[in-house]
Write a protein of this length. Structure first.
Lengths: 109, 113
């Protein structure tokens, strides 16, 4: 069966450290993968999209990698801040999009 | 300002009652989606529409109905057949079938009285 899994429900890190979130999938061959941020009681907000022919993409303190051989994407937040605390969702194209359950990140000052 | 608007923010349903959640967008997007989110769960697709007057069932369509009479509007009705309707409902839109960059509304929290 097709599955998209995010490695942990919750991740706590110290301010200033790099947060790394994982998204694994099985039985899909997505053309691209997306990452969204969701704050409590709000709708998700698009962050980054990475295509299957791209190994890495960056946006400010965010970095995403996409390994189609491992069927995995890694999402990094460098120099993390308490304001980065939120749930982060990965999604892949399967017409329509399929979302993972998300990882709740808490950055502790 | 362009965006996607959901209303109401909070909604209460009595047993046996149908309720309708509103979703309007002024982004000129062709595709619109309804997702349900339960605590600690991911987004599950209820219905989606890629063009006016056409829509498809998602993974959990039972107990829900939709219409797409206008490009801007995609209302969701939670019927009395949906026995566990308490959840956070999210509407989203995007330009086309490739689903690049979904824009989400702020959600409607539906609770049962």
């Amino acid at each position: 069966s097709q599955k998209i899994e995010q490695n942990s429900e919750a991740l706590n890190i110290q301010e200033g450290k790099t947060a790394t979130l994982t998204c694994n999938y099985t039985n899909y061959s997505p053309a691209y993968l997306q990452w969204y941020r969701q704050d409590p009681g709000r709708g998700p907000v698009f962050l980054l999209l990475i295509r299957e022919n791209e190994k890495e993409k960056r946006k400010e303190r965010l970095k995403v990698t996409f390994d189609t051989t491992l069927k995995q994407s890694l999402f990094h937040i460098t120099a993390s801040q308490p304001a980065d605390s939120a749930t982060y969702l990965c999604a892949l194209l399967n017409t329509p999009l399929v979302f993972g359950k998300g990882t709740r990140l808490s950055v502790i000052a | 300002d362009g965006g996607i608007t959901q209303s109401p923010k909070y909604l209460f349903r009595k047993e046996g009652q149908n309720v309708t959640l509103s979703c309007e967008q002024n982004l000129n997007h062709d595709a619109m989606y309804w997702y349900r989110q339960d605590p600690g769960q991911g987004l599950r697709l209820i219905y989606y529409s890629q063009i006016v007057n056409d829509f498809q069932k998602g993974d959990i369509a039972e107990g829900y109905s939709v219409s797409r009479e206008k490009k801007e509007s995609f209302p969701l009705t939670v019927t009395s057949a949906q026995k566990n309707p308490t959840a956070f409902y999210l509407c989203a839109s995007t330009w086309g079938a490739t689903n690049e960059k979904l824009f989400f509304g702020s959600g409607t929290q539906l609770s049962v009285l």
